[in-house]
Ligand binder design. Structure first.
Ligand code: RIB
Ligand code: CA
Length: 315
């Protein structure tokens, strides 16, 4: 008797594309079990004038031009917009001239779309966050009930008892909007946190990037060009391979078995530290006695992660 087909993995993805966002989106769009129901876009790596267009580009590249792209917050809740053009280029996709045929957003605001789609499918949707958490925080403030309606939330963000990547203490997505991150981490979501340390432990060396590019499709060529851009940034920073933080988080979202070590802790965010604003404070010993609602990933199965990138770009 054939096994009944497992139900599709229904995804909402909030993103600030973003070189590594583009790789993560390809992984989701080409995964056999995943169904990307909408993208919500936030300002982060670059401004909204680029992030919406970049999301559209990746959808077209993956023959998924019908997926709606909702524009969201053009900046953080309180702090000034902080970009990451050094790591993503001025246009957010490595200044490679990657442009969609149809660059415009779907009518409607991202926050309204998140609320409408989550409330229409209680317990069905997995939310993957790949950028600053501004849209998610606004949606939770508008409609707190959505927190109890999500099947799972996987967040690329933070640094779990590890150095940050934009300051010694903070990772970019949390640092770019620390107040939003605090709202999300305190909302009691079924949250899995994939911090920057996971990307650091799973860098993609030049030979792996070349192998990806040799898989022969347009997606493979674009992925290799994007990862090569990231590799150049990494080498300038003394790292031996390209970092793909959003790809590691997407691998965890697409296949929970990718996680080889994790723990459940109370996690909060420093919003007013002279040196530590944006730090994710992971209470590993339960010192504060608060509910340990966040699953923090400590390690992933690297071959599975890399295979998902390869599968996303092969014919
Ligand atoms: O710190 C890495 C994160 O910040 C990734 O999501 C990258 O795209 C940037 O948004
Ligand atoms: Ca991102």
């Amino acid at each position: 008797m054939t096994e009944p087909a497992s139900p599709p993995l229904r995804l909402l993805i909030d993103t600030d594309p973003g070189v590594d966002d583009a790789i993560a989106l390809m992984m989701a769009l080409r995964h056999p079990r995943a169904r990307v129901e909408a993208l919500t876009v936030v300002a982060g790596n670059v401004g909204m004038e680029h992030t919406v267009r970049n999301a559209r580009y990746v959808l077209e590249l993956c023959d998924a031009g019908d997926v709606p792209v909702y524009a969201g917050a053009g900046g953080a809740l309180l702090v000034e917009h902080r970009r990451a053009v050094d790591a993503h280029g001025d246009d957010g996709l490595g200044n490679l001239g990657l442009r969609p045929r149809s660059p415009d957003a779907t009518p409607g605001h991202a926050v309204d779309a998140l609320i409408a789609r989550i409330t229409a499918a209680p317990g069905q949707l997995t939310l993957v966050t790949l950028g600053p958490l501004t849209n998610i925080a606004l949606a939770l403030r508008r409609e707190p009930a959505i927190g109890g309606m999500l099947r799972r939330v996987v967040m690329m963000g933070g640094a779990a008892n590890a150095p940050g990547n934009v300051t010694p203490a903070a990772e970019f997505n949390v640092w770019a909007d620390p107040e939003a991150a605090r709202i999300v981490l305190r909302a009691g979501l079924p949250l899995t946190m994939v911090g920057i340390e996971i990307a650091r432990a799973n860098l993609l060396p030049a030979e792996k990037i070349a192998a990806i590019g040799a898989l022969g499709t347009e997606r493979a060529r674009v992925a290799a060009r994007l990862l090569t851009y990231s590799l150049r940034v990494a080498v300038r920073r003394g790292m031996p391979g390209a970092s793909c933080p959003d790809g590691t988080a997407m691998a965890v979202a697409l296949d929970p078995a990718t996680v080889t070590d994790a723990g459940q802790y109370h996690v909060d965010v420093e919003t007013h530290g002279e040196l530590t604003t944006g730090e994710t404070v992971v209470d590993r010993r339960g010192v504060h006695g608060r509910l340990a609602t966040t699953t923090v990933v400590h390690a992933i199965h690297r071959p599975r992660f890399v295979a998902m990138i390869e599968d996303a770009v092969r014919a």
